[in-house]
Design a binder for this molecule. Structure first.
Ligand code: COA
Length: 164
């Protein structure tokens, strides 16, 4: 093997389409036991994307290996682009990958789909997710989505937010 064949990890995060060849990898994503109350199983989210006619899934890949997922959808009522089902596999957490993936999603969705207003929601007990979204610039509005706190972000006023 030559030196150029020897692939070193580059820590490259990519958001990739979920397709026939990778959907099984998403079903293997696992969060920590203490985090299970905050999200549904990946299979549930994939079924929701397939049949619910609203959400679209994205796989989060690190150096070509799927380590997480998220979904996005435009709410016909508030016209905001909602992010949901955000999860990073327990073995890849606390390395800044969740933050980079969310920033990248916002960058991609604002560039390609021209979305400006983003929204998401989280359990009041989900302190890690709350801190992560606040670091990116999401602001709590006082709204609730069921039992979850809603936070919003307008990229027109925070243009650098999609820069990983
Ligand atoms: C929320 C979640 C997506 C965050 O993913 P993540 O990749 O761990 O996120 P980050 O690494 O960017 O940030 C997590 C923590 O690691 C810290 N961190 C970032 N880079 C780090 C590094 N190189 N070394 C050590 N810690 C680091 C961050 O500062 C942050 O610290 P904090 O919890 O004290 O605020 C992940 O915890 C998860 O999947 N949780 C379960 C599902 C869930 O709750 N989803 C959200 C639903 S709303």
């Amino acid at each position: 093997m030559t030196q150029s064949d020897d692939k070193q990890p580059t820590d490259t995060i990519e958001l990739i389409e979920v397709c026939q060849s990778n959907w099984r990898d998403l079903t293997g994503i696992e969060v920590a036991e203490s985090q299970k109350a905050f999200v549904a199983e990946p299979c549930y989210y994939l079924a929701m994307c397939c049949y619910g006619q609203l959400w679209s899934p994205l796989a989060i890949s690190l150096d070509g290996r799927i380590i997480g997922m998220m979904m996005w959808a435009v709410d016909p009522d508030d016209r905001s682009c909602w992010l949901g089902g955000i999860m990073i596999d327990r073995n890849s957490q606390c390395r800044g990958l969740g933050e980079r993936a969310v920033r990248q999603a916002i960058g991609m969705l604002s560039r390609i789909h021209s979305h400006r207003r983003f929204a998401l929601s989280y359990s009041p007990d989900n302190h890690r997710a709350r801190r992560l979204y606040q670091r990116i610039g999401f602001v709590e509005t006082g709204e609730m989505e069921g039992d979850e706190i809603v936070a919003r972000l307008d990229v027109s006023s925070t243009p650098d937010v999609g820069t990983p």
